[in-house]
Design a protein. Sequence first.
Lengths: 344, 324, 443
Amino acid sequence: MQKLKPARFLDPALDRTSIAPNETLSHDQLITWYRTMRLARACDKKLGALYRQGKIVGAVYLATGQEAICTGVVSLLERNDYFSTVARGLAGWFLRGVEPRHVIARWLGRDVPPSHGRELGLFFADIEHYGIAPYHNGSMASWIPSGAGFALAFKIRKQPRVYVAFTGDGATSPGDFYEGLNFAAIHKLALVVIVENNCFAYSTSTDKQMPVENVADRAPAFNIPSEVAFGNDIFEVRRVAKRAIDHARAGNGPYLVEFKTFRASGHGEHDDMGYVDADLREFWEQRDPLRLFAEYLDGPGGLGETAVKAIDDECTQVIEDAVVWAEAQPEASPDTVGDRLFAP
Amino acid sequence: MAVITYLNAISQALRGEMRRDENVILLGEDIAVFGGAFKVTRGFLEEFGEDRVIDTPISESGFTGAACGAAVEGLRPVVEFQFADFIACAFDQIVNYAAKNYYRWGIPMPVVFRGPSGGGFRGGPYHSQNPEAWFTHVPGLKVVQPSTPYDAKGLLAAAIRDNNPVIYFEHKHLYRRIKEDVPDEDYVVPLGVADVKRAGSSLTIVTYGAMVHESLAVAERLSGEGAECEVIDLRSLSPLDRDTFLTSVRKTSRALVVHEAQLTGGFGGEVAAIIAQEAFDVLDAPVTRVAALDVPSPFAAALEDAMLPTQEKIYAAAKEVLEY
Amino acid sequence: MPQMGESIAEGTIVNWLKKAGDSVVRDEPLFEITTDKVDTEVPSPAAGILVEILVREGETVGVGTPVAVIAEAGDDATKRSSTEAPPSKTEVIPPVEKTVNEPDAHFRATQSPQLVRPRRELKKTTAAGPEPRSRSFSPAVLETARQAGMSLATLTGMRGSGRGGRVTKRDVEEHLRQHGPSGGLTTSSLGADDPLPPPEQYVYQPKPGDERIQMSAVRKKIAHHMSWSTRISPHATAMAECDMSRAAELVDTAGQRFKADVGAPLTYTVLVAQAAVKALGEFRTLNASVVGDELVVKPTVNLGVAVALPDSGELIVPVIREADGLSLAGFARAIKDLATRARSHQLTPQDVQGGTFTLTNPGIFGGLTGTPILNQPEVAILGLGVVNKRPVVVDDAIAIKPIMMMSLTFDHRAADGMIAFRYLACVRQHLETLHLDPSTTPV
């Protein structure tokens, strides 16, 4: 088996083991983002356990290691901007106010909105309450075209709103990636595509996925700007994503950002990641986004170890309570299986 | 009232709905500047502007997905596939996104996909197909197929006003051949309601699309021979109006199902199965289907005629059922 | 007029570039047209003289319509080439065989069977098959016949108007209009196990205040048997009076001794049973069953005797086996035995099976007579009225005699009135000529 070497994977220019903002941020902001990421991590850990306990029917897919990207990007969005992501962007859902207990209840197949047992916890859409737009999961490229459609509606209505599609390295292979970006670029639509390049599409490494070094190298085909950045540094995520969002909001068309990161758990929890070299894991463990963020808060961020620990403990407790609540929710009644096929 | 073609009726419905609701937009290849490969949208760009009449790149999945997204955001996009054959390129967006969205999230997606379908004019394998059965198999999609200008106008208006994805197959061979008096004002033909195009008591012919006209011609010929056929135009395949054809079969005890699409896995099999199950006690002859042969649509005239259901084939099958 | 695009049905001549009499070169622009989709020049399909223009400028014609005639150079007027689009599909419906019998052997060899088969079927099915189809009936035919009570025999006997003589629903309706449901009802009448519920107007809707009594299992069985019996058989009842003077005398004078000797009472029932069985020896077709088109005559008489159970009033019919072999004493003992066991509910299933003829006695309740219902699958049942003294005319004088009315219900499929009345006369004869000494009564 060909194993990826860290040196081949992460450009030295992106490589760092400590992080710091280049903007003025309040403690409240820092705590909010850290807590969001930690909540996602705690939730994932619990979901992994629930899966191993047979509580989750079907598979479970976690976001471990990718928390900084969605947190950083969503922290920049206006309330009426839309984004779409699978559960790899769990922290992004949380930052928009989605409750952990609802997320867990959905993984358990309980009768909670908006899917009422019809969709697994991997997916989530609720425009009305959270501005999280519906997408489909034929491939993770499938919502680049629909994202262009949301942005088309914004443009026709002359609204300065942005749609952000979070997707992955594997999703840049299907035609929808091209068709969606092509359409958006022609019409200069406010579509920001965030590619979380986490080294693997299921088990297929990026060198088997694409003939280019970076996903961002594909952008010239659409004559749109693109950037490559380090996705485990929330401050860098914010720096780069801000340029992308501002560009799109200003009516200049789509923007492609590729964040290098690492999927620290399997494709799903049924995947033991036997195809990943131990060196690579170790390399990324040193660059875990929560570790980097916590070290910053402990040190230069000025929050202190105790405060960080308190947040961690609180998040663990929130998730424990969420599980209790979720398990108490009823399963969807079989009588409802035929309901809501068509909108009135 | 004015006598207009089937094609004009589609244009009228589009124009009427675009005037009625500013959320209605059009997307498709060559629809704006050129007015569409069949000229359905001739003059639309001038009237409604480029924000609402959008020439797309050749990327069916891309603009279909975009239409779906825009529909979720409250627009009412009408997508034109230049030929229904090319809808295959957008299959994923239609069956995996549009069809399932409301069931998954309870978020409506009011989008219409227009597919100029059907053969009979030497279009060959990629300009002649009738792909309705690909979609009637998918829960969450509505599928309609008008046969007359009146229905074409009313069904399209209803499709655009519906809050769900609707696939609207319009038969190219009817575009300029079929004309009738159509009200000038807006009206709708409700989705899911079949129409008795000719009443009769000897045999029920269940059909839709272009085959309605072939079936009516056969019914006329058989009438001269003393057999009165009832011709049911389904108009909507999904939702399906079972009652109308079941009521008819209970009257006639004999059923012939006719469509232009290929036989195997065609929608006629569904109709035949429903009749067999729901009206078994009244049947006096085997439920029989007339459809295209199970081959791609060939180009050469002799081959295409051999492949398509023709009046002769429908007549022969109708006689078979009548005389059984 | 050429077809300029998939959906184009017609075109308009805008301009003729040649006039009649001009010579034209092949592919030389000949005229201009406009259609819904394009405006274009049309090149000449042939070289020669433009003999005639058929469609003038400004005229709109359908695709495929000839617009001009070109006489090819050196040809006579009969060889013309029309500027015509390829024939449209309605004109060219190639005979099916033509494609299949294409001389190209390779083409034939590579034809997939799926391609050829539907055509062959189509051809075959358009001709009426000469050989009759098997006698199977469609659901519609069976349902229509069942609702009308038409028998399977009738249906089977019909010649239908369908392919190969198949009976169609319309044939059944036509038959019913002309003949009604009959043609002879049989025991294999349709839907024997699933009678239709009666029409609503014949069903009483219980009202408050009515007392509703659930039928017992026996009552339900009786109801079922009686309903089916009348559906299966056309019932007719023959009646005759019988002078029971001799029987009365015999019972009066010898009854005591008979009972002491035999252990069972000598009753009118016993005497009539013997007479009835004796008479069956002469009228064997009343000791029979109808099966299809056959009358099946039984070799012995198993005599059913209807017994009313005093507690419930329900009816049971135990059977005296091989009654034609019994003496009077045998009849008396058998009847006593069955009646006793019936009333004490000790009959076995075998006791009530296998009857070939039944005796019923409404007279014990004072009834003058009755019209019994056949005990299927038997074809006759004899009912006995009360024995009453009545004034009768004997040799032009009025006399007082004990008279009994007998009624014989018979299956009119198996027998006619003549047989029924002659049978009753025979029974009467036996009863009116009884020997006074029961011991001398022939066995």
